[in-house]
Design a protein around this ligand. Structure first.
Ligand SMILES: Nc1nc2c(ncn2[C@@H]2O[C@H](COP(=O)(O)OP(=O)(O)OP(=O)(O)O)[C@@H](O)[C@H]2O)c(=O)[nH]1
Ligand SMILES: [Zn+2]
Length: 214
């Protein structure tokens, strides 16, 4: 099992939208048709006739994160009426992404925590933020860092922690073919990095974390 520690900033915030001009839908469908032919099948047979259209529509869902601005998403915050100063944890958020090397699924879960200052964010926005970065071509380290860095830069909390545990289908269905392997990445910022007790509380509060991290 890989356990990658990401305490040094390795990436800045990802651009909110893909920087490149998109090719046309027709060009994308033609590319799928080429891959079908390359795989050895007939793209004109009945069962495959609608497949380029379906694949392009599936890609729109898989990669919708390029069209959403993560900073904008976290922009709406609430002022606290009481001064809640403890951590807020969102755990076991289902995560579906695609690896940038093979474009096959990465499936797992994310745990996110932050210690608010004077403003809090709607918890659904944290789950949406995970989606925005997951619905792009990723490696798990970058995904983990982008989620944590965005929360840190937009909310400016006392601390942020992100842990992702995921299985990479490029390791289970092809290549080395090792089922049952999870990759675990984490990024701890601010109080989660400097305060051992807070870190322990967080790791203890996420399912499986105690077992994984000791
Ligand atoms: N660190 C990291 N590696 C990843 C991630 N997703 C996939 N990989 C790895 O990326 C590597 C790409 O290696 P390459 O040698 O270029 O590709 P490949 O020939 O298809 O490699 P194999 O998967 O070993 O067959 C592989 O070792 C994958 O397991 C990820 O999120 N983080
Ligand atoms: Zn891969």
């Amino acid at each position: 099992m890989s356990d990658v520690l990401l305490n040094e900033p390795i990436v800045g915030l990802a651009p909110p939208v893909a920087p490149r001009k998109r090719p046309t839908r027709e060009a994308a469908e033609l590319a799928v048709r080429t891959l079908i032919e390359w795989a050895g099948d007939d793209p004109d047979r009945e069962g495959l006739a609608g497949t380029p259209d379906r694949v392009v529509r599936a890609y729109e869902e898989f990669f919708e994160g390029y069209r959403i601005d993560p900073v904008d998403l976290l922009g709406r915050t609430f002022e606290q009426t009481q001064s809640y100063g403890d951590m807020v944890v969102l755990r076991d958020v289902r995560l579906e992404s695609h690896c940038e090397h093979h474009i096959v699924p990465i499936i797992g879960k994310a745990h996110v925590a932050y210690v608010p200052t004077d403003r809090v964010v709607g918890i659904s926005k944290l789950a949406r933020l995970i989606e925005v970065f997951a619905k792009r071509l990723q490696i798990q380290e970058t995904l983990t860092a982008q989620i944590a860095d965005t929360i840190n830069e937009v909310l400016k909390p006392k601390g942020v922690a992100v842990v992702i545990e995921a299985a990479h289908m490029c390791m289970t269905t092809r290549g080395i073919r090792k089922p049952g392997v999870s990759m675990v990445t984490r990024r701890l910022i601010g109080a989660f990095e400097t305060e051992a007790e807070l870190r322990r509380d967080f790791l203890g509060s996420i399912s499986g974390a105690r077992e994984t991290f000791g």
